[in-house]
Ligand binder design. Structure first.
Ligand code: IPE
Ligand code: IPE
Ligand code: MG
Ligand code: MG
Ligand code: MG
Length: 291
């Protein structure tokens, strides 16, 4: 396994596939909407969630290219969540993925609608997947909706807002972060596993990996809000100071230790897969990411 080659292949395929989605919109008059959707979706970003979809599919023995509709759908939902997260009524951020936030360029109404469209079109995209067992498609799409909606990411964002006005317990912060960030990462790993024809043991291992990795990822995100720079991150820093972040409850040093501990838990879950070298290396590389 050559990490760099596979990494490049996943990223390039993601970019091509996402850009291609807009071809089917060419004939329609709501061009400003497509432009706003494209502005955020094709602005780069680490593409981690598509990579999780592809690599869990591959580790479960599937042809990873076939999982592209799920990979694209999750990246579309993730991008919508970022557009809405940055709105003045939410985190009120001016910078994202190396450029001004969507509402700064297209105005609030169009940013809200671009988010709505990305979310909804994501399900249109996901439904185009072809799997040997059609029952798996319904299962996967239901899971995606559960992870994205009121029980998952949206629920987490609500709890995150409510938590601004008071001190939270460690357990509460874990629950908030699990929902707002962890659930979409879980959806990525689980849908990749389903697309790859995972057995029960592999599916459970994918979920276990995602739960631990999601926490490590958000703790590092909270650390970078303090120690990162806007140039490296492509988004504003220091903007979550009033939030119940992991840094606020634990301090930077303990956060560093927790990132290592949760990442190791995630890596341990990968034992269920014989060809897990890529994912182990990726998980390790995220512990000291600056982006
Ligand atoms: C940022 O996600 C928001 C969180 C859920 C922490 P990413 O750090 O994956 O953002 P992109 O996709 O690379 O822009
Ligand atoms: C956002 O968490 C998680 C989402 C569901 C978008 P943050 O508010 O910490 O994400 P950033 O730091 O703005 O990317
Ligand atoms: Mg937020
Ligand atoms: Mg934010
Ligand atoms: Mg953050």
């Amino acid at each position: 396994m050559n990490f760099d080659l596979l990494n490049k292949a996943y990223r390039e395929y993601t970019e091509e596939y996402l850009a291609d989605i807009f071809r089917r919109y060419e004939a329609y008059p709501q061009k400003i909407l497509f432009e706003a959707m494209k502005y955020s979706l094709l602005a780069g970003g680490k593409r981690l969630r598509p990579i999780f979809v592809f690599d869990f599919c591959r580790m479960c023995g599937g042809d990873w290219h076939e999982a592209a509709p799920f990979a694209a759908a999750i990246e579309m939902i993730h991008t919508y969540s970022l557009i809405h997260d940055d709105l003045p009524s939410m985190d009120n951020d001016d910078f994202r993925r190396g450029r001004p936030t969507n509402h700064k360029v297209y105005g609030e109404a169009m940013a809200i609608l671009a988010g709505d469209a990305l979310l909804t079109d994501a399900f249109m995209e996901a439904s185009t997947i072809q799997l040997p067992n059609p029952a798996d498609i319904g299962k996967a799409i239901g899971l995606l909706a559960e992870c994205a909606g009121s029980l998952g990411m949206v629920g987490g964002q609500v709890l995150d807002i409510l938590a601004e006005e008071r001190e939270c317990t460690v357990q509460e912060v874990l629950d908030i972060q699990n929902r707002k960030t962890g659930r979409l990462i879980s959806a990525a790993c689980a849908l990749g596993a389903i697309a790859g024809g995972a057995d029960e043991e592999q599916f459970a291992a994918a979920c276990k990996f995602a739960a631990a990795l999601g926490l490590a990822f958000q703790i590092r995100d909270d650390m970078l809000d303090v120690i990162g720079t806007q140039e490296e991150m492509g988004k504003g820093v220091g903007t979550d100071a009033a939030k119940n972040t992991f840094v606020r409850i634990y301090g930077l040093e303990k956060c560093e230790e927790l990132v290592q501990r949760y990442t190791q838990m995630a890596i341990d879950a990968l034992e269920a897969f014989p060809n897990n070298e890529y994912m182990i290396q990726l998980a390790k590389s995220l512990t000291d990411r600056r982006v």
